[in-house]
Structure formats: structure tokens, C-alpha cells
Ligand binder design. Structure first.
Ligand code: PMT
Length: 400
């Protein structure tokens, strides 16, 4: 029996075209041993029927505040109290606005207001609606109140536009739900600082030297730290994905900017994690004008950038934990051990790069933990979220 078996989730389904995917969310949750109470708004019922959810979950779907034969006015308080997690998937701009304002005009919004369970929203909407300042302000308000968000993803939307707004994949929503059900706040009161993404080192005003770090690993680490109750600051170089809602993001371009920010913030952090693929070199003298092709070869002189984690490690205070990632194509353990001592780290996460299922841009990762006591643990292929979860299990053990 897992720690999440027998727990109860209210699954709120609102009127987005992604409502049909909520059936898969319900099904995956049931398979994980969770009791699911489906709640469909009127708009959701235009897109997907309650019978599907009742068949999948074995529980009556709530469709109306005043259904005859059901004492729903009272039941919503009982359910709000009983629930271990309130998941809204898909969550439209409308339900986010109502929740942010505290409006309570149907079963779902009323119960959202009454519950003290953790709340997880999986937004799904048109890109412009998602990017609208009103929606972003509502998300910020809810996030400040401690609500959690998974997604949205980017891609082609039902309205044929391309951009952020697609609901996260059901498996991803379920993973996030399970972690919230585990109900850990073992980093409450702690400040986690991390570097994430890559760097752009300018050659001239329009060209740069960079790498293909997507930010996925760094943001997965940030998300897990948030879930465990930490205050999270991410110094982020250019990234392909959006940071999780709820962390403070300091955007930078170059390694020097990343280093300056890290050295400023690190003294106040309990945990510092270097996930960024830091540019080891920069162009010594970037050109101030755009370089014109002139028939000659171009030689650039590169000079070393500072080693950010080594600088943080050199000023490490008592009790502070520093963790490095090591992107390696071979000799993972040996390379990690060398970095551990050179940068005065507590732990190194050596991850395999140069293969399709692990490394830059991938959703999964092959990693080995190497710690300062000499312990080595090889992990199976897993999602970056799962790696972040295991990483913080180790970090909290060291902190304790
Ligand atoms: O963003 P993704 O697409 O998800 O990819 C994730 C990742 C592959 C970038 C990530 O998992 C990873 O391995 N990051 C570290 C990559 C790296 O640059 O490793 P490294 O061996 O060069 O550096 C070792 C450690 O020192 C790292 O923690 C790095 O952040 C840090 N470092 C390195 C150089 C430098 N000048 N300053 C540093 O702080």
C-alpha cells in the first residue's frame, strides 16, 4: 500500500476542449489507488458527459449545486473537508478568475473556496487568453496563496494557434497530483537558489555562442522545491520552457551575469544547486557593430568565464548545501567525483548527455548521484521531475 492509496481527490472539470482528457486523468488516478470525486461545470458538460466519469471512477459525478435528491449544498462542505487534493483539469481562464476573486456561483467554485486541501490547476486555454495580463495576474494571485500549477504546455492548440495554453499531458498531471498527495513540506522556511538554462555569450550585437539547455531540468528542480514549501529563486539563462509559477526568476544572458547574481543571493540561501549549462568561455572582445562578411576567415579569442559553483563553494557558510550537475558523455562517476571536491559540493548529479533519452532538451534523464561521503547511486531512466524528487529526498536528509 502506497502513502497515497485511499486518498481522495476532487477532480474539477471545466469547459475547455481539453475536458475529454480529464477522463484519462481520472482513469490514471483510479489506477493509482486514489478515490476520485468528479465535478463537472455546466460548460464542461457540453463537451464531455458525467456518465464517462462515473464509469471510470465508480463515483457519482457532481453536475449541479441543486440536483434533486442530492443534498449538494451541504455535500460540498463535506467534500471540501474530506478531500486530500483539489485538482482542476482542465482549468479555464474563467475558473482561474473566479478562484482568484473568491467567487462562488456553482458547486466547483463554492467547494474551491471551502476547501483547505492543496489545490492544483492544469490550465488549458487559447494562447492569447493565457498570456492576457488579467489571466497572468489571477495565476500570480492564486500562486501567492499557495495554489499549485501544472503546465500549460506549448504547441498547436484546438483553435489552430501555436503557443502556450495546451493542457499538460494526463500522465504529467497525475504525477504532479501524486507528489502533492504525499503532502511534504520538508523545505518550509528554507531558501533554495538554483541556476538553470544555458548562456548566450555575445560575438556581436546579433550573434552569440550558446548551448541547447532547455531549462527543463532546472525548472523541474524549482517545481519540486516549491512543492516542498521552499522559497525558490532561479537565476535563469535563456530557456525553451516556462518556469514554474511561484518561484522568483532572475533572467540573465551571460555566465558573468549569472555569476554576479549567484554570488549576491547565495549567502542567504540554504541550498544552492547548479543546474545551468554554464558557458565556460566568452568572446574576449565582443564586437560593438554587427560583423559583416568580408571574404576573410574570422578568428575569435575566447577567454574563461568564472566557475560559478566553485565561487559559491569557496564562500560556503556552515550548514549550507551546494549541489552540482555534471553533464557527461562518459566516465560519469570519476568526473563527478572530481567536480565534487574541486567545487566543494555536497552532492553531484552526473547525467548522461549525448543520447536521445537523456540530457539537453530531453524529458527523461539517466543519472547517478555521487555524494561527499563517497556513496554512489545509479538511478533508472526517469522523468526530470522524478529525478528532482529523489534529489530533494537526499538534500533534506543532509539538511536534517
Ligand atoms: O536544461 P535541460 O535541457 O533540461 O538540460 C539539463 C542539463 C543537461 C543542462 C543539466 O542536467 C546539466 O547537466 N547541467 C550541468 C551541465 C554542465 O555544464 O555541467 P558541467 O560539468 O560543465 O558543470 C558542473 C557543474 O558546475 C554544474 O552544476 C554547472 O552548473 C557548474 N558550473 C560549470 C561551469 C561554470 N563556469 N560554472 C558553474 O557553476
Amino acid at each position: 500500500m502506497t502513502t497515497t492509496s485511499g486518498k481522495e481527490i476532487i477532480l474539477g472539470v471545466t469547459g475547455s476542449i481539453a475536458a475529454y482528457k480529464a477522463c484519462e486523468v481520472a482513469s490514471l488516478l483510479v489506477k493509482r489507488g486514489v478515490r476520485v470525486t468528479p465535478v463537472l461545470t455546466c460548460s464542461a458538460q457540453k463537451l464531455v458527459g458525467p456518465a464517462s466519469f462515473e464509469g471510470i471512477t465508480g463515483n457519482q459525478a457532481v453536475t449541479d449545486m441543486f440536483d434533486s435528491g442530492q443534498n449538494q449544498e451541504i455535500e460540498h462542505i463535506a467534500a471540501a473537508t474530506r478531500a486530500d487534493l483539489f485538482l482542476v483539469a482542465p482549468a479555464t481562464a474563467n475558473v482561474l478568475a473566479k478562484a482568484a476573486q473568491g467567487l462562488a456561483d456553482d458547486w466547483l467554485s463554492t467547494t474551491l473556496l471551502a476547501t483547505r486541501a492543496p489545490i492544483l490547476f492544469a490550465p488549458a486555454m487559447n494562447t492569447n487568453m493565457y498570456g492576457h495580463p488579467a489571466t497572468q495576474a489571477n495565476i500570480a494571485t492564486l500562486s501567492d496563496r499557495g495554489c499549485h500549477f501544472v503546465g500549460p504546455d506549448s504547441g498547436t492548440l484546438a483553435c489552430k494557434t501555436v503557443g502556450a495554453g495546451r493542457m499538460s499531458e494526463p500522465a504529467c498531471i497525475v504525477e504532479r497530483s501524486m507528489r502533492l498527495l504525499e503532502n511534504s513540506d520538508d523545505l518550509k522556511g528554507r531558501h533554495v537558489l538554483l541556476t538553470s538554462g544555458g548562456n548566450h555569450e555575445p560575438i556581436d550585437p546579433v550573434r552569440y555562442i550558446g548551448n541547447s539547455s532547455s531549462g527543463k531540468m532546472g525548472f523541474a528542480v524549482a517545481e519540486e522545491a516549491l512543492r516542498r514549501g521552499a522559497k525558490v529563486t532561479v537565476i535563469s539563462g535563456p530557456a525553451e520552457v516556462a518556469p514554474p509559477v511561484g518561484c522568483k526568476v532572475i533572467p540573465v544572458q551571460t555566465a558573468q551575469e549569472m555569476c554576479d547574481a549567484a554570488l549576491l543571493i547565495a549567502p542567504g540561501a540554504d541550498v544552492v544547486i547548479g543546474v545551468a549549462a554554464v558557458a565556460d568561455y566568452r568572446v574576449e572582445h565582443p564586437m560593438t557593430e554587427k560583423h559583416k562578411r568580408n571574404g576573410n576567415d574570422l578568428t575569435l579569442t575566447l577567454t574563461q568565464n568564472p566557475d560559478i559553483l566553485a565561487a559559491v563553494g569557496a564562500q560556503k557558510k556552515n550548514g549550507q548545501i551546494t549541489v552540482g550537475f555534471a553533464a557527461e558523455t562518459g566516465d560519469l562517476v570519476e568526473n563527478a567525483q572530481a567536480k565534487l571536491s574541486k567545487k566543494n559540493l555536497n552532492l553531484v548529479v552526473a547525467n548522461q548527455v549525448g543520447v536521445s533519452d537523456s540530457g539537453f532538451g530531453s524529458d527523461t534523464v539517466r543519472a547517478i548521484f555521487v555524494d561527499a561521503s563517497g556513496a554512489v547511486e545509479e538511478l533508472s531512466l526517469q522523468s526530470k521531475g522524478d529525478l528532482a524528487h529523489s534529489l530533494f529526498d537526499r538534500i533534506t536528509a543532509i539538511l536534517a
